[in-house]
Design a protein around this ligand. Structure first.
Ligand code: ATP
Length: 405
């Protein structure tokens, strides 16, 4: 299987055979110049990207994934992905609309990009092979750590660029160049033109950053969050909580869930509903946030030092895991945080040894009394009042004597 470099060399030479020019563009050029690893390659072709993808595959290698209608194709080789697209020129019919796209040349393709550091192209074939085309001064901006839009209308055309910009600013320790920053401040209201799906997608990409709390805090400081929705906040306390969550052994999906709960923390039910509508949030995300808010409302009850484990269980049982993790990180009262930690580490796993069938054999009949007995058995387990199956049988017999039948 060819490595990244070999694959790109091959793409360049097959492009030459087909009589077209091919270029590496965008993120990979940026990463190459920064000396950072990159596995996702974006190639722009002045010609038919699908035909080039077909020509770049050798017998025995996986077939390219083709999107003939869109004129795009993907080559996969081990961990490397090469996306090939036909060079495009585009125009925006109205702010925030997805652009109208037509075939163009590499210069038009670079001119439609978000920031100068993404508007460079490495020539893959022909006389200038190996050269970097840099019509917008991207290389200098990369050296100075600056994010610069290509023209004054950029954020108006597509306000998701503001969200993208913050992500790159924080990932690379860069800064918005002053004019770009003032355009961002000027055009904040253009975020209203972006669909819920696109905003949510950008936020979720931000959650996936190595240190998402930096970018989320910056979105707050630049008032991008409040422009998206007046109830969205992400201050230093939430940033510390997210950094804490990242140190836990959580899956990517769980970290995303915690990130949503943190964003929603502090809202009321009406705000959460309007956030759901604005960002077209999935039901599962809304439920997680609602659970986090409900647990926040239990803080005083959870704070009582004499609370029995079974009472903690009753308060927290059925709440989503990520909501509990979030509350455990953010509640201010230490005893409440300890109760949540106890529930997550131990109480939620506790089950009585006896099941319904055992109770039936002891003489219980199906119905509410059996449910009550199972609950009582679990409470006794949680509180350490029974420690063995024999203890539970004894307790069940006592319960039966007091009306279980
Ligand atoms: P990374 O994946 O490391 O975040 P990337 O640059 O590969 O960075 P993508 O989102 O895959 O990011 O975008 C690929 C390229 O497409 C970008 O480098 C940029 O040139 C261009 N691009 C993406 N989104 C926009 C946008 N909203 N406006 C203009 N150009 C964009």
């Amino acid at each position: 299987m060819p490595g990244t470099r070999e694959l790109l060399v091959r793409v360049g030479s097959r492009a030459a055979d087909l009589g077209c020019r091919a270029f590496l563009v965008g993120g990979p050029v940026r990463d190459l110049l920064l000396g950072r690893p990159c596995l996702d390659m974006d190639v722009v072709v002045e010609g038919d990207a699908v035909a080039l993808a077909r020509a770049a595959v050798e017998p025995g290698e996986p077939a390219p994934v083709l999107h003939v209608d869109f004129g795009t194709a993907t080559l996969v080789s081990g961990a490397t992905r090469v996306d090939l697209v036909t060079a495009r020129a585009e125009s925006y019919h109205w702010p925030g609309a997805l652009p109208a796209v037509r075939a163009g040349d590499i210069h038009q393709d670079l001119a439609r990009r978000d920031f100068s550091i993404h508007a460079m192209a490495l020539v893959l074939n022909g006389e200038r092979r190996g050269d970097v085309l840099d019509p917008h001064g991207g290389r200098g901006d990369l050296e100075h750590g600056l994010l610069r839009v290509l023209h004054e209308q950029s954020f108006i055309d597509d306000a998701t660029r503001m969200l993208r910009g913050v992500r790159y600013e924080q990932r690379f320790g860069f800064a918005f160049e002053p004019r770009t920053l003032s355009l961002l401040e000027r055009d904040l209201t253009c975020l209203d033109t972006i669909s819920g799906d696109r905003v949510r997608h950008e936020l979720e990409r931000t959650f996936d950053e190595a240190e998402p709390e930096q970018a989320l805090q910056r979105l707050d400081v630049l008032r991008l969050l409040s422009a998206l929705h007046p109830g969205l906040r992400f201050g230093p306390e939430k940033a510390r909580a997210l950094a804490g969550a990242r140190r836990e052994p959580l899956s990517t999906a769980q970290l995303q869930g915690v990130s949503w709960c943190l964003l929603g923390w502090g809202m009321d039910a009406a705000m959460l509903e309007s956030l759901r509508v604005r960002l077209t949030l999935r039901r599962s995300i809304v439920n997680d946030i609602a659970d986090a808010l409900a647990v926040a409302g239990l803080e005083m009850q959870l704070d009582r030092p004499d609370l029995e484990p079974s009472a903690v269980f009753d308060l927290l049982h059925g709440r989503s895991h990520v909501a509990l993790l979030t509350a455990g990180l953010l509640l201010s009262r230490p005893a409440a945080r300890r109760s949540i930690a106890l529930y997550l580490s131990r109480l939620r796993h506790v089950r009585p040894a006896l099941a319904g069938e055992d109770l039936r054999q002891l003489g219980f009949s199906d119905g509410p009394a059996m449910g009550d007995a199972l609950t009582a058995l679990r409470a006794a387990r949680l509180n350490g009042e029974v420690a063995s199956r024999a203890d539970e049988v004894e307790l069940a017999r006592r319960l039966l004597g007091t009306g279980g039948r």
